[in-house]
Write a protein that binds this ligand. Structure first.
Ligand SMILES: *Cc1c(COP(=O)(O)O)cnc(C)c1O
Length: 392
């Protein structure tokens, strides 16, 4: 039995290799405070981390986590509803709600689990979910688990969304779900228009703000704040600009009460350790009181994007620190990434199924801890490799 299973799996893996889509792990030793990394022993400029504000390596967060871990231990011992809940989880939930200007919030063990738990418990049979074509995999999985009818609208296409809303008026409840900032394209959802359509056709709006929290809006409050609208449900992660681990949802008190009882990925999951919660609180404090981090990020992003466009690269996205450079063919994207690494820049290729066929890319991200010199070196490496591989 075991041998037969292995044969079958080995054939599947061979097929993935044949399509040039085989994925391998790289061993990274981050020098998190400097925006550099050792990748298998060689130093590189880290140019694709989600640690946008550099907080993952911030001494203030580490000190806070260590202090609380010494008191509470490294494991939480159980689900929040049994033995895993501490004052630090509760403090963090209050802090997130305050930060996002909402009534209440709930922390999950990851953003992935927040999406899966929230979507699958809010939407059910007889409901309709309208989901942007480029939404994150965890949203897609949440939709699948929900048993609601899920229709995909073309990426940020408001005419298509409106047509779907008109066609689905006989459904019990309708939910529009979108990334605030799209993780692989770096563009923003047009939340002002989405909210207007939702109001007109009586639908709920759920926004996954994984890449906008700490980045967009006043003090990094997120995409809804950036567009000056209020949406029903905001989901987020603590693992990107906040620099720690975990996910959250924020909204009305009754939403959070309901989810605490019904979201299976909350109820049946061991809580995160208290030290991580304490570090996340510290991160939000820093984000709110250090607008210069956001400004630095914006300045460096503007410079890098402008330079790459000037060289003639096909650059996607807008205003956000995600700068996807389109290469096209997945083989060529892999080669491009390897060449970048030879030139001291670490940025893996992003290939299908993460992005559509023929749209393989290098997804660059800027960090507030990058220096002007780092940005210059990234530009130089891109120019050199772009010429060599005839991308520009
Ligand atoms: C990263 C990401 C998630 C998942 O968050 P984790 O905390 O890493 O599980 C969810 N949604 C989007 C849009 C993301 O980019």
């Amino acid at each position: 039995m075991l041998r037969r299973a292995t044969d079958w799996l080995a054939r599947e893996v061979d097929q993935i290799k044949g399509q040039n889509l085989y994925r391998q792990l790289r061993t990274i030793s981050p020098s998190v405070q400097s925006g550099r990394s050792l990748v298998e022993g060689k130093e590189n400029i880290m140019a694709s981390s989600n640690n946008y504000l550099g907080l993952a390596g911030d001494q203030r967060l580490t000190d806070e986590a260590v202090k609380v871990m010494k008191e509470y231990g490294v494991g939480s011992t159980g689900s929040r509803l049994t033995t895993g809940n501490t004052i630090w989880h509760e403090k963090l939930e209050k802090r997130i709600a305050e930060f996002k200007k909402k009534e209440a919030s709930l922390v999950f063990s990851s953003g992935y689990l927040a999406n899966v738990g929230v979507i699958s418990s809010l939407a059910g049979e007889g409901d309709m979910i309208l989901s942007d074509q480029y939404n994150h995999a965890s949203i897609i999985d949440g939709c699948r688990l929900s048993r609601a009818q899920t229709n995909i609208y073309r990426h940020v296409d408001m005419e298509d969304l409106q047509a779907e809303l008109i066609d689905s008026q006989h459904y019990k409840r309708r939910f529009i779900i979108t990334d605030g900032v799209f993780s692989m394209d770096g563009d923003m959802a047009p939340l002002f228009e989405i909210k207007a359509l939702a109001d007109k056709y009586d639908a709920y709006v759920i926004v996954d703000d994984a890449h906008a929290t700490g980045i967009l809006g006043k003090n990094g409050r997120g995409t809804a704040d950036h567009f000056g609208v209020s949406v029903d449900v905001i989901i987020g992660t603590l693992s990107k600009s906040i620099g720690t681990e975990g996910g959250f949802v924020t909204g009305t008190k009754s939403l959070i009460d309901y989810l605490r009882n019904r979201a299976r990925s909350f109820v049946f999951q061991t809580a995160l350790p208290a030290g991580t919660m304490a570090a996340a609180i510290k991160a939000i404090d820093i984000i709110e009181s250090s607008p210069q981090l956001q400004h630095q990020l914006q300045n460096l992003t503007y410079r890098l994007r402008k330079e790459l466009l000037y060289y003639g690269f096909d650059v996607k996205g807008e205003q956000t620190p995600i700068i996807p450079v389109l290469i096209g063919d997945s083989n060529k994207a892999m080669k491009f990434s390897r060449e970048l690494e030879n030139n001291g820049v670490f940025a893996p290729a992003i290939r299908p199924p993460t992005v559509p066929q023929g749209e393989s890319r290098i997804r660059l991200t800027v960090m507030a801890i990058h220096t002007e010199g780092d940005i210059q070196k990234i530009c130089q490496a891109f120019y050199k490799v772009g010429k060599k591989l005839e991308v520009i």
